[in-house]
Design a binder for this molecule. Structure first.
Ligand SMILES: [Ca+2]
Length: 262
């Protein structure tokens, strides 16, 4: 019975979002445009290919998993927000399997928006507290929030981002080191604003919305980079202050690493 109530609440929430989209303050007079949303991942400016070897400050490193939730993607016009997506999973692991695919990036798909000129874009990294209070079982298996492996029952939170890889610290060609950054819990949700843009969304046209993230920037620490040999693991364990400190750094770096390519 509880599940049913939650489902109804989730449905009402979606309806309220749809109604918000319906009463935006744009002057489109019903004219519609489309945003093609794409995410491109890089490592030091080069397209990030999964399981390919990169240099991490003298250490060979490979990334085996890069995936993260984005939420509340909105267009802004003179302070008024039009939400175009509630939540999506950006699975770079699945998209960036080779050089060509990495250059193409992860296509989130196309979203309909009222035509107009927008001056900003807002995007959340992680899952909003409203959605984070729900469980994968309350969504269909094809919904972004329906995957049990992206949920962390112990902490009642979705795993906002997963960054996994391996490294060869001693340079013998064997990747003995393990890198695991799993970030979650409400307090680490990040909201990013891109302002002073001029996004002209013409009727019956589409505009490419390209977000870039450079994975190397996720490792920044005090003008240098994280020592992955000592700080290569966090599961955002709230009872572990060192993990929380590292997770907070990774979460805020993730926000800094994200850019919008107008
Ligand atoms: Ca080695």
């Amino acid at each position: 019975m509880k599940t049913n109530v939650r489902t109804i609440l989730a449905f009402a929430f979606v309806l309220s979002l749809l109604s918000m989209v319906g009463c935006d303050n744009t002057d489109s007079n019903g004219a519609l445009s489309r945003a093609n949303v794409n995410f491109k991942a890089y490592y030091e400016g080069n397209p990030l290919v999964m399981n390919q070897t990169y240099d991490y400050n003298g250490i060979d490193i490979q990334f085996s998993k890069v995936r993260f939730f984005v939420s509340e993607i909105s267009l802004i016009q003179a302070g008024a927000e039009t939400e175009i997506e509630d939540v999506e999973m950006i699975d770079i692991t699945s998209s960036n399997t080779n050089e060509t695919a990495a250059i193409a990036g992860f296509n989130m798909g196309s979203r309909t928006v009222p035509a107009g000129v927008y001056d900003g874009v807002k995007i959340g990294l992680g899952v909003t507290s409203d959605n984070n209070s729900l469980l994968p079982a309350e969504f269909s298996s094809t919904h972004p929030l329906g995957d049990e492996s992206d949920y962390w029952p112990v902490w009642n939170s979705y795993i906002f981002s997963k960054l996994e890889g391996r490294y060869d610290a001693d340079g013998d060609g064997m990747f003995e080191g393990s890198l695991v950054y799993h970030i979650g819990t409400d307090g680490l949700y990040q909201m990013k604003m891109f302002e002073d843009l001029s996004l002209r969304m013409d009727e019956n046209q589409s505009l490419d919305f390209e977000f870039h993230i450079d994975i190397k920037d996720i490792f920044r620490e005090n003008g240098s980079f994280i020592n992955i040999e000592t700080d290569g693991f966090t599961h955002t364990d709230p009872s572990n202050p060192e993990q929380m400190e590292l997770s907070t750094l990774v979460a805020t770096n993730w926000k800094s690493a994200l850019s919008f390519n107008e």
